[in-house]
Write a protein that binds this ligand. Sequence first.
Ligand SMILES: [Fe+2]
Ligand SMILES: [Fe+2]
Length: 168
Amino acid sequence: MAEETKTERNMKFALAGESQARRKYKAFKEKAQEEGLEQAAKMFKAAEMGETAHSGYFLNKLNGVKSTSENLQGAIEGEKYEAEQVYPAVIDDADEDGQADVKKYVGYVKTVEGEHAELFKGILDNLGDNEEAEYYVCGNCGHVHLSEAPEVCPVCGALKKSFKLVSL
Ligand SMILES: [Fe+2]
Ligand SMILES: [Fe+2]
């Protein structure tokens, strides 16, 4: 495999940074709205949109977007890796650090990443011939529920009103 160029390394770094900034500005926009600071909220939104464009450029340039079947395969591997390798260690560390709330939440995250892997696999196995279904996502933990929102989230216990219907 060819060695990574400086530019590739820089673009990976930029992709991570821009993705993080995008998420942060979204939260900052919501906070400014909550505080009734509309112009600040708009500027955070403007920056969020810019960072979205920047991260999109780097992702494409790094060949991060392939065919959907390849993207699904990559997503399955990534989600499995997170569920099986990354988060169990994060849970242990949180336990050692006495961070019970983080430990609990990361437990949800680990479960949901495993669900993502399974759901992606279901899509990949029948790609082009997938049965139509609605997805409802728990706004607290990210659990994906099919067909209808449950009364209580089976992963984190959040109530039905926390669920959002996925629309494109
Ligand atoms: Fe995931
Ligand atoms: Fe949940």
